[in-house]
Ligand binder design. Sequence first.
Ligand code: SER
Length: 319
Amino acid sequence: MKKIIVTGALGQIGSELIAKLRSEYGTDNVLATDIRRPQSPTGGPFEILDVTDAKRMHELAKAFGADTMMHMAALLSATAEEQPLFAWNLNMGGLVNALEVSRELNLQFFTPSSIGAFGPSTPKKGTPQDTLQRPTTMYGVNKVAGELLCDYYFHKFGLDTRGVRFPGLISNVAKPGGGTTDYAVDIYYKAIEEGKYTSYIAEGTYMDMMYMPDALQAIVDLMEADPAKLVHRNAFNVTAMSFEPSEIAASIRKHIPTFEIDYAVDPVRQAIAESWPDAIDASAAMTEWGFKAEYDLDKMTEDMLAELKVKLKRESEAS
Ligand code: SER
């Protein structure tokens, strides 16, 4: 990994991933691309790229001299349910283009899958690495097809494809958009701004989660891992914690004792959440490439609240 092109670089993961990669591999060695212009400069090379445009993707990767592709551009689960055909075209079209460009230019390849690749018939607790995957969402269909496609490019063409199944990702930098797990981000903003939060996910609904610094480290660690040790290649289960809304509320209350949570359940996102596992098993990632998460719920809450307070104060002073 020396010259890295990143698609979807202004998205939830991408915007922090490029900063991390630039600090580790050098500013000029990471080309950020996205379909929209950044609101402020990304601090390094940036190009507009619609991932459904394979020709431009090839040209940009080639001109940059990339040896690695990180394909992050995708619609998240709830948005994909609103526009299923658009999601198919963007999520699958973008992925196959990114794989093809990587095959043509012989790039190491990373793309994230998700807990969304599981479905109601998947074992809910201790969800194994290799298990039943019959998702009931368009996002999940895209993710399973994507996992298989990445495996296919490895077996058929010898392309160095790697990937993880991310749980809900929580960050104090970029807000997610259109995901089912987003409540676990929104709740921190509302805790600081209003002291209360109305959750669209019902009490008692468990999902896996991870703090963004652990997610970024996982990407780097997997990409740097010795390929001889990888039994799996793509779609490694990774997780740091599993909680339901009242548990994250209790964690916030340790810092904001008056914080209150109530519920106005959104049937669409609730149904998606219920179709996903409660807690997945990440032992394959731990064994094969040493995956480890630093943040549990309370450690994440402490950091989120501290960082967000500073950020929100800065934003309110600037406006
Ligand atoms: N965070 C994602 C979502 O909720 C899961 O991959 O869609």
